[in-house]
Design a protein around this ligand. Structure first.
Ligand SMILES: Cc1cc2nc3c(=O)[nH]c(=O)nc-3n(C[C@H](O)[C@H](O)[C@H](O)COP(=O)(O)O)c2cc1C
Length: 200
């Protein structure tokens, strides 16, 4: 099939979704939804290892809290978590004082002082090594992975990896503001899955 010039963008390039978690000053958690997230080999001056790159656009509560503490969690969004994740991604923490009226099961990070989500199949605990200002409101955080917690069953190598991946059921967002399941079905447009929640 012939290729034609496209609009500059990343449609058809799947991105996994993560909920970034921080403690607020009053000791309660805040979560926001993010997909501009990838991996890098990093060094903190003492040791080298796997790290992440997290791009955060515009000023927002998550960015305020990451700058304040220098740490955050990144919790992989599964299909089960999607309605809550969609709510966290379409509700501003700065502008909505009761944003966290809806909560997952929140746990304390094992290595860093960050809130993590029990229902998420994979939770990273991240320490910021560098912040790069890229453009107006756009900042890149390069982080060291200090710990990862993973659902026990996902480590069972007697089950083929592809099957375990479907068990984890990560949600991808490959373009046109749509959530898609790894099995291929649409899970709705951004802003739709939250309608399943009882927001009260
Ligand atoms: C599907 C989806 C993906 C998102 N990905 C990002 C992202 O990668 N970077 C970003 O800065 N904001 C992203 N957002 C927007 C944030 O989730 C949104 O600004 C949210 O209010 C952040 O939470 P906070 O206000 O509590 O900090 C995304 C939103 C949605 C719905």
């Amino acid at each position: 099939m012939a290729k034609v010039p496209g609009q500059i963008g990343n449609d058809f390039c799947p991105q996994s979704l993560f909920l970034y978690g921080n403690w607020k000053e009053d000791g309660t958690p805040n979560f926001g939804l993010f997909c501009w997230f990838s991996y890098a080999h990093v060094s903190d001056g003492e040791e080298e290892g796997l790290g992440v790159m997290a791009c955060i656009g515009e000023e927002k509560l998550t960015k305020d809290l990451i700058r304040k503490s220098g740490v955050f969690s990144a919790n992989l969004v599964s299909e089960r978590l999607l309605p809550l994740a969609d709510y966290y991604g379409t509700t501003s923490g700065r502008e909505t004082s009761d944003k966290m009226k809806l909560l997952p099961t929140v746990e304390q990070g094992r290595v860093l002082d960050v809130p993590t989500i029990a229902e998420s199949p994979v939770s990273f605990e991240l320490k910021v090594l560098q912040e790069h200002h890229l453009a107006e409101g756009s900042d890149l955080f390069v982080c060291k992975i200090c710990n990862v917690m993973i659902e026990e069953g996902l480590r069972d190598q007697s089950i083929p990896f592809a099957e375990r991946l479907l068990l984890a059921a990560p949600v991808i967002t490959p373009g046109e503001q749509e959530y898609v399941s790894l099995r291929g079905g649409s899970l709705g447009k951004w802003g739709e899955p939250r309608k399943k929640l009882q927001e009260g």
